[in-house]
Design a protein around this ligand. Sequence first.
Ligand code: COA
Length: 191
Amino acid sequence: MGFRHAMLSARLHLRRGDLPPLQRQRIRSLGLRGGPARTVMEPRYDRNRSRVADVHAHLLLCEGSFSPPLGDRVSIDDYAAKLVARAGRFEAWAGSDLIGLVAIYCNAPDRQDAFVTNVSVVPHRVREGIGLRLLGDATTYVRSLAFRRLVLSVDRSAGALGLYHRSGFQAEASDGETMRMVLGLSKDAAS
Ligand SMILES: CC(C)(COP(=O)(O)OP(=O)(O)OC[C@H]1O[C@@H](n2cnc3c(N)ncnc32)[C@H](O)[C@@H]1OP(=O)(O)O)[C@@H](O)C(=O)NCCC(=O)NCCS
């Protein structure tokens, strides 16, 4: 059974009365403008639980939403394997489906910059606050490791810019269409 089928099942067929109380708490209704209410699972947040297959499936669902599309820049097979092998992963799950992923590299020995390599939320779960929550969790983590800054690169036209501004990132430099953004983490940083 595929991911899409699982999500459809979760949205269309689950009724609160059919679920045990604990699961009921994780299900909520979202009213769509002018349309019928849909039922979605509350995200559960975790860290480094994902396997390569989870990350791969997630990136395939998100890849067309990146600007430019992710597959234009990297091999999704290789990138999924690299993230699981090397990146710290902040994850949102709906059941067994990975619906949000922030991945960071925090291996610089001088603890100056930690680098955000991926931020993605599956298209059918955007604008629910998942990206903001995951970036917040990643920020708390790198701050606890005493890194001074959290850094990322973003396409100037990406919708994600709104999320980064909202999370306190500031533009530092640009190179053509790509912009480098920085979030200061030290106590006296304006973040
Ligand atoms: C960018 C992305 C991660 C945002 O995730 P999300 O879970 O929808 O973000 P949130 O719901 O937490 O958004 C929090 C706030 O960020 C801002 N924001 C998020 N997405 C935005 C968008 N597309 N345009 C403008 N502002 C946006 C808004 O202020 C939003 O608050 P609001 O919904 O109350 O207005 C998601 O759209 C995505 O996966 N995009 C494709 C992949 C991508 O571009 N990744 C970044 C590569 S650098």
